[in-house]
Design a protein around this ligand. Structure first.
Ligand SMILES: [Zn+2]
Length: 362
C-alpha cells in the first residue's frame, strides 16, 4: 500500500536493497580501475531531458493521468510560478497530476514533475502544493536523478554489459528505454537524506520567492506524520537514510523562519480557494466510489454539526479535522471557510451533496 510517502524516494522500504546496491557500486568502482573514486561522468542537459522524455510514458502508463483539466492546469500554473524563481537549467518543465491514491510526488531528470491525486486531496492549501512542487523542482535543479543514473550506470556496465552513454544517444533508443525504466526504479529507491534536505530547502526558497507562505510545508509534513501515526507506521522505520519526519519538520520550520520574508509580508496561502478546486474529486482507490465533497461553512456552524449532518453521526469528527488540517475538533470555524468531507457516491450516480446553510441544524 505505502500510501503515505512523499516524495516516493524519501521513504521507500528498501534500505537493505540500497545497501546491496551501494556495495555493488563500490565493487564496480574497485573493478573499474584506474578510475579515481567519485569520478562519475556528468550527464548533459539534453541527455537528462531525453531520459525524462523516455521515462514519462512509463509513468503515465503505471499511474494514469488524472482526468481533470482544471486541476492539471492549476498544478502547471503553480509549478511554473516556482520555476521562474528557480535556478535556470534550460529545461522545459512539465507538470502532471497522476490518478493515484498514494500521497506522492516525484521528478524525472529534465523537468518532468508529478503529483498524485492522493497528494492533492491530502493538501489543504495552494501554498502546501507549492512547497511540494518546489521540493521536486529542487531535485531537478540539483540534478539528483541524473547523479543517481550516473552511479547506476556503473552498475549497469557490470551487470548488463551496456556500453558507455553516447552523446546524442538517439541511435541508442532501445538502450535509453532500458535506462529510463531502470532510472524510474531508482527514483523509487530514493535520493538519500542529503538530497532530500537540499530539496526541502530549495522548495522553501522557491515558494517564498514566488510569494507563497512556504511555512505551509510544515503543515503538510504534520499531516503526513499524523497519518503515518494513525496507520500504525513509524515513518522513520521505513528507511533509515530518509530524514525522519520529525527532523524534517524541525528543519523546515527553522529554515522557513530564517529564509522567509519576515513578519508583515503578504504571502499567499489560498486554503479555501484551493479546497474549492477539489470538490467532486475521487478520493482513495480508483473505483472506490468515494469522493471529496467540499462544504462551505455557514455562520454559527461547528465541525461536529457539519459532520453529523453529512454522516448522520459525529463519529468521524476527528477524521474530518485531520483531513482538513485542523488542530482540534472544536476549533472555531469561520463563515465561508471550506471543509473537505469524504462521501460515498454509488457507482453510476453523480453525487452532489450540498447540506448548505438553509438546512436546519439537528
Ligand atoms: Zn524528495
Amino acid at each position: 500500500m505505502g500510501a503515505l510517502h512523499w516524495c516516493a524516494g524519501c521513504s521507500a522500504p528498501s534500505l537493505t536493497r540500497r545497501q546491496v546496491l551501494r556495495a555493488l557500486a563500490a565493487a564496480a568502482a574497485a573493478v573499474l580501475l584506474p578510475r579515481p573514486a567519485r569520478a562519475f561522468p556528468i550527464l548533459g542537459p539534453s541527455q537528462e531531458e531525453e531520459i525524462g522524455r523516455n521515462a514519462h510514458p512509463d509513468i503515465v502508463k503505471r499511474f494514469g493521468v488524472l482526468d481533470s483539466p482544471s486541476l492539471q492546469a492549476f498544478v502547471a500554473r503553480v509549478g511554473q510560478r516556482l520555476v521562474e524563481e528557480a535556478e535556470y537549467t534550460g529545461f522545459e518543465y512539465r507538470f502532471t497530476a497522476l490518478d493515484s491514491p498514494e500521497v506522492n510526488a516525484f521528478a524525472l531528470p529534465g523537468g518532468f514533475i508529478y503529483v498524485t491525486r492522493g497528494l492533492l486531496t491530502g493538501a489543504n492549501s495552494e501554498a502546501e502544493v507549492a512547497t511540494v512542487l518546489g521540493h521536486e523542482i529542487g531535485h531537478v535543479t540539483s540534478h539528483h536523478a541524473a547523479k543517481q543514473l550516473t552511479r547506476a550506470y556503473g552498475l549497469q556496465f557490470l551487470t548488463l554489459g551496456l556500453i558507455a552513454l553516447s552523446p546524442g544517444g538517439r541511435e541508442h533508443a532501445a538502450k535509453w528505454a532500458t535506462l529510463s525504466s531502470e532510472l524510474f526504479r531508482r527514483i523509487l529507491l530514493g535520493y538519500g537524506r542529503e538530497a532530500e534536505l537540499e530539496s526541502d530547502e530549495k522548495g522553501l526558497r522557491y515558494a517564498f520567492r514566488a510569494g507563497y507562505d512556504a511555512r505551509q510545508m510544515v503543515a503538510f509534513f504534520r499531516i503526513l506524520q499524523l497519518k503515518a501515526r494513525l496507520a500504525g507506521v513509524a515513518y522513520h522505520a521505513f528507511d533509515a537514510t530518509h530524514p525522519d519526519t520529525i527532523e524534517r519538520i524541525d528543519r523546515a520550520r527553522v529554515l522557513a523562519e530564517v529564509i522567509g520574508p519576515g513578519a508583515g509580508a503578504e504571502l499567499r496561502v489560498a486554503a479555501d480557494e484551493y479546497k474549492g478546486r477539489l470538490d467532486g474529486l475521487a478520493y482513495g482507490e480508483k473505483g472506490s466510489g468515494r469522493r471529496l465533497h467540499v462544504h462551505t461553512v455557514a455562520a454559527g456552524e461547528t465541525l461536529p454539526a457539519i459532520v453529523h449532518q453529512t454522516y448522520g453521526s459525529d463519529a468521524r469528527v476527528y477524521e474530518v479535522a485531520l483531513l482538513n488540517g485542523l488542530r482540534r475538533e472544536d476549533e472555531p470555524l469561520a463563515p465561508g471557510q471550506r471543509l473537505k468531507l469524504v462521501v460515498e457516491a454509488p457507482p453510476g450516480r453523480s453525487l452532489r451533496l450540498e447540506p448548505g446553510p438553509e438546512k436546519a441544524s439537528p
